[in-house]
Design a protein around this ligand. Structure first.
Ligand code: HPA
Length: 276
């Protein structure tokens, strides 16, 4: 058996010792949304550290947790604490939790993140529906022997972000009167922010926002047939677009400020997933 798949099945067995909860949707909580899980009707929690050999965040006190519960009666699993490539993990470890949530039964994957805005029409605090991505500045998470049990060697990526889910997110935003930008998200590895020249390059390439996560997770999820959608919180204008240097604190502050709108949009969207 493929070694990665063997590891995945071992992790799956461990979680199944703790809970038999079957999620319909998986949600990755990005910057500012960490406490979203508090709004769930919680059924079970599994700290990553309870799963032997599972990647845990290198940031002390932030080792991360799967939270199982209900959003408006829709069974979900939330990933509180995501694994970033810049922490030094292998790219296959970065997507391990996504694959695991798929194996736990999640049909839908809702990705959230913080990003820098590249599109000159964007403002700090905007929410952006991810309509497509550029992932080729990060390693492809499918490199290595293909896990046949999950999907095909050469998966199609024509519609990474499911068209029907995109429409649901638009409708949820409109109904809640939450303004929603749309665009292409570029994943770079980080952890340094981009240079102004890199931002000009990304704009020329057709990118609207840039961040350090998400696209590789979307690829792994599509490989195994999950339906994916994503929202990015544009926390700052990207490097060179303002006179100010970028700081993590500024990003965090903007993410926290957008959090109430962001949470409302996630809840309203997931409620609609329940009808699919
Ligand atoms: N660049 C990359 N990642 C980010 C940014 C940025 O400007 N803002 C928030 N995450």
């Amino acid at each position: 058996m493929n070694a990665l798949y063997e590891t995945l099945t071992r992790h799956l067995t461990r979680i199944r010792q703790i809970t038999d909860f079957t999620p319909k949707a998986a949600i990755v909580l990005g910057s500012g949304l960490g406490d979203y899980a508090d709004t769930l009707r919680i059924a079970a929690q599994v700290p990553y550290s309870d799963i032997e050999g599972f990647p845990v965040s290198t940031v002390p006190g932030h080792d991360g947790c799967f939270i199982f519960g209900y959003i408006e009666n829709v069974p979900v699993v939330c990933m509180k604490g995501r694994i970033h490539y810049y922490e030094g993990y292998k790219i296959t470890d970065v997507v391990m939790p996504i694959r695991l949530m798929g194996l736990l039964g999640a049909e839908f994957l809702f990705l959230t993140n913080a990003s820098g805005g590249i599109n000159t029409a964007f403002r700090a605090g905007d929410l952006m529906l991810i309509t497509d991505h550029i992932s080729c500045f990060a390693p492809n998470p499918l490199i290595g022997p293909n896990i046949e049990e999950l999907g095909t060697r050469f998966p199609d990526m024509s519609h990474v972000y499911d068209l029907r889910l995109q429409q649901i997110l638009r409708e949820a935003a409109a109904q809640q009167q939450i303004p929603l930008q749309e665009g292409v998200y570029a994943q770079l590895t980080g952890p340094s922010f981009e240079t102004p020249a890199e931002i000009r390059m990304l704009r020329t390439l057709g990118c609207d926002a840039v961040g350090m996560s998400t696209a590789v997770e979307a690829i792994a999820a599509r490989h195994m047939g999950m339906k994916v959608c994503g929202i990015s919180c544009v926390c700052n204008l990207a490097a060179g677009m303002t006179a100010k240097p970028l700081t993590h604190e500024e990003v965090q502050e903007a993410a926290d400020k957008a959090a109430p709108r962001f949470k409302q949009l996630v809840t309203e969207s997931v409620r609609r997933f329940g009808e699919l």
